[in-house]
Ligand binder design. Sequence first.
Ligand SMILES: [Zn+2]
Length: 366
Amino acid sequence: MRGTDRVFVSPARYVQGPGVLDHLGGHLVRFGESPVLVVDPPVQELIGERILRSCQEAGLRPRLVIAKGEITYAAVEDALLECAGFDVSSVVGLGGGKVLDTAKALAGRLSVPVITVPTIASNDSPTSSAIAMYDEQHRLIAVDMLPANPALVLVDTQLIAGAPTRFLRSGIGDAVAKVFEAEGCARGTGVTPLGTRPLGIALAIGRACFDTLQADAVQALDDCEAGRVSDALERVVEASILMSGLAFENGGLSLAHSLTRGLMRVEGAQMLLHGYHVGWGALVQVVAEGRSESEVGALADFLGSVGLPVSSADLGLRAPWHDQHVLIAEGTMTAPHLANLPMRLTADDVVAAIAEVDRRAGVRTL
Ligand SMILES: [Zn+2]
């Protein structure tokens, strides 16, 4: 595909609701009778029996594959070996991002459809064709792409509501950045992960995603804390998984995601979930882009209201902060998405934008 093309990608089907996990088998029938179900040990304990029963009731012959540890090329080969002699009709990943990515990689090797069943809503990976590959030292070494998006994304909101609230908060942080990143790409010469130009629909979805979060995220986090499925929670889960995924794959990433490369290099921030990085990164991006006071203020207010970081102190950076900001900026400059910004930024510009975000939050750069 060429950089002048505009291409729309998405999962073929998206199903969301309380208790949909018990209907997994029925949804899998049309893909063939022998699905491989990829889980990690905690998810096996949590829902292993339920998913096997649902598949068996639907007349399927499932095989369970347990993914342990980091998603590496060697781990994918091991999973492949476990499927030897089994006529795999589809691969279903059930769990967090790493299990879903293992399932995607396995499906890619076997040339069968992949189905994602996120048990937490911490980022947009369930809908996308991207696979984050790591080495044994937990360093990101490649982002591989499947030839197609998942054939089905199945989200049981009862599971999401039962998971620790910090995961949903992370999903909200990952999602809130999407409109700013897609707009940045569209204003300049940015491209999507497919190397194509952003679509208008991605900007519209990104904006709707932010509007939904502004309206419902505080309530949804309260409901998640109480383990309660509500309309607000349903809307925020949709925003954090489906809208967020469609906006970035069709609209492109930018400075907010570039900053995550830098944040992974500094103590304190390293420990935070991806979406905590991205939400703060969106704030740095809108400041660096010189957006209006009302836009910057609205985003800062939103992040504060849902408990996402708005300063170096919130990120847990060690003093002296300026040195950490330089490290963050250096890592940021290595990210390919940086080229998607409408203007060229230097590492000094990034450091200045981070300091300005701190100043706005009322913290003096240490
Ligand atoms: Zn992300």
